[in-house]
Design a protein around this ligand. Structure first.
Ligand SMILES: [Zn+2]
Length: 288
């Protein structure tokens, strides 16, 4: 791709849009993807700079129309109330962001840089959960790998911020033809069939560790972040290390592994823009 194209993050920044609002713009036929880049975890759609630039001027008008439409739908009073509530939420998040980033200045430089990138990675996770943004998991993997390498350096200095754990999970079973026929006859989905009985069949394919995870905990006395990567993503760079095992527990479902977590909400998308996140992550990679 060349200079004529913009990434979704650049489009959101230029038009001051959340991903949801951009989707509305696409649905209305005012914005359309003009190219795509393949990532390991998904496709990133690209937009023509010319088209986006032409929209900059129209945006205030379009946003006013969206507000009018919302008012017609919900009543003017309720629509205004919702907008104000969202705006307040965004202001609170912006204040919290400044407070958090500011608090890092007390820390040694590298430690501050690490918790700073954790903050942005935490929000990247929520963006990645947004429909059409799975490609962002490529960034997550790259950053956690960089943090792991950083940790290896820190260890030699007798210092540690990162702990990695292995959380064993079930294999994925691919039903063989016989079992598929049996499941169909019993009117069960593949998953229901596997659950309905102790499934022992040597013909069925089995992908070990499919649901296993690596857990990355970055913490010191004041800060705590927790991220997960699927086994297959981090195995190649962790396989030579003795990674302690951890029981799968409910608390592991809190943060950002792709199967859990939640997509970014409007207030959050206003307070922490995707383009800001990407620039922060790239800066961290450049300096690590
Ligand atoms: Zn089978």
């Amino acid at each position: 791709m060349n200079d004529n194209f913009l990434t979704p993050a650049q489009v959101y920044q230029m038009l001051r849009l959340t991903p949801n609002q951009a989707q509305t713009l696409v649905a209305e036929g005012k914005l359309e993807a003009a190219g795509r880049i393949s990532f390991k975890h998904g496709i990133m759609e690209m937009y023509l700079k010319e088209q986006v630039q032409a929209l900059v001027e129209c945006m205030p008008q379009i946003k006013r129309r969206w507000n009018d439409e919302q008012a017609a739908r919900l009543g003017a009073k309720k629509a205004a109330y919702i907008r104000e509530k969202q705006w307040r939420k965004a202001q609170i998040l912006k204040t919290r962001k400044l407070y958090f980033l500011d608090s890092l200045s007390e820390l040694p430089e590298r430690t501050a840089a690490i918790f700073r990138v954790c903050y942005y990675l935490y929000h990247l996770n929520h963006y990645a959960k947004q429909q059409g943004h799975a490609y962002l998991y490529d960034y997550k993997e790259t950053i956690l790998y960089a943090l792991w390498k950083e940790q290896l350096k820190l260890i030699t200095l007798g210092y540690s911020l990162l702990n990695v754990f292995f959380i064993p999970g079930a294999p994925r079973i691919h039903l063989c033809l016989d079992c598929r026929v049996k499941a169909q006859r019993q009117g069960l989905s593949h998953l229901e069939f596997l659950r309905a009985k102790e499934h022992v069949c040597t013909q069925c394919g089995k992908e070990d560790n499919y649901y296993s995870l690596y857990e990355f905990i970055l913490e010191n006395d004041e800060y705590h972040f927790c991220f997960h990567l699927p086994y297959a993503s981090a195995r190649k760079w962790l396989v030579d290390f003795n990674i302690p095992e951890k029981e799968s527990a409910a608390e592991n479902k809190r943060d950002g592994f792709s199967a859990f977590g939640r997509p970014i909400n409007e207030a959050e998308a206003n307070a922490v823009e995707l383009q800001e996140i990407i620039e922060e992550l790239e800066m961290f990679l450049k300096n690590s």
